[in-house]
Design a protein around this ligand. Structure first.
Ligand code: PEP
Length: 253
């Protein structure tokens, strides 16, 4: 079965009410109904209700950028999976490199967040990726395997059926330096093989997105690779025209 491409925008800590309104309306204006590409945006927590309202009944899905590993209680500042689901999110990013590196999220904590997402019926978008030092040291596959195995060890391989994986080399995020299509494909194939070693059927079905300075001019060559099923887009997702151009590239593959 062919994997349906997914293009997800990670807005990070950007936007205000008026800007979010303009951006969502701009994306909706150019989004084909029933297109072959699944499209999602991940606003900040506070903008989720606004975006959920604007996108109700449209093909544009809403996701979150993070969630708590806990379900409720005395966890000041945290937001649970149940809260996200109630406010219209269908998916949530877990283990983004900014969470791992700026906020110290360990592999184990990411695995707990992944499990929390599943508990609340959210699709986790699990980010994995190596730093520049790790790539230069030749340990890319080792790092990806460790990040992936932490989650598999916690929830089991079958749980990946309800998830999306995003390969995001840390050195390519927000730097303007994109992995070449061949570099990205090699890691995507490695991820699929690693899952395939445990469940070949699932490996063929799970969607693996590429993220890291994807722009309209490089999206087509990345999405054309056999194991790249769409993208997780940061900077370019804040511009409706650029984001829509990337969505169209995914639809042509
Ligand atoms: C990201 O933050 O997930 C990302 C890929 O950012 P950018 O596209 O800006 O590199």
């Amino acid at each position: 079965m062919a994997r349906r491409p997914l293009v997800a925008g990670n807005w990070k800590m950007n936007g205000d009410r008026a800007g979010v309104d303009r951006l969502v309306r701009g994306i909706l204006a150019g989004l084909a109904q029933g297109g072959g590409v699944e499209v999602m945006v991940c606003p900040s927590y506070v903008h989720i209700p606004q975006v959920a309202e604007l996108t109700r009944g449209t093909p544009l899905a809403v996701g979150a950028q993070d969630l708590s590993e806990y379900d409720s209680g005395a966890y000041t500042g945290e937001v649970s999976g149940a809260m996200l689901a109630e406010f219209g999110c269908g998916s949530v990013i877990v283990g983004h490199s900014e969470r791992r590196h700026l906020f110290g999220e360990s592999d184990d904590r990411v695995a707990e967040k992944f499990a929390a997402a599943l508990r609340h019926g959210l699709t986790p978008v699990l980010c994995v990726g190596e730093t520049l030092e790790e790539r230069r040291a030749g340990s890319t596959e080792q790092v990806i395997a460790r990040q992936l195995d932490a989650v598999i060890g916690h929830v089991g391989v079958p749980a990946l059926a309800g998830a999306v994986i995003a390969y995001e080399p840390v050195w390519a995020i927000g730097t303007g330096q994109t992995a070449t299509p061949d570099q990205a494909q090699a890691v995507h194939a490695f991820i699929r093989e690693r899952i395939g070693g445990r469940d070949p059927g699932l490996a063929g079905e799970v969607r693996i997105l590429y993220g890291g300075s994807v722009k309209p001019d490089n999206a087509g060559s990345l999405f054309g690779m056999a194991d790249i099923d769409g993208g997780l887009i940061g900077g370019a997702s804040l511009d409706a025209d650029a984001f829509l151009a990337i969505v169209r590239s995914a639809g042509q593959e």
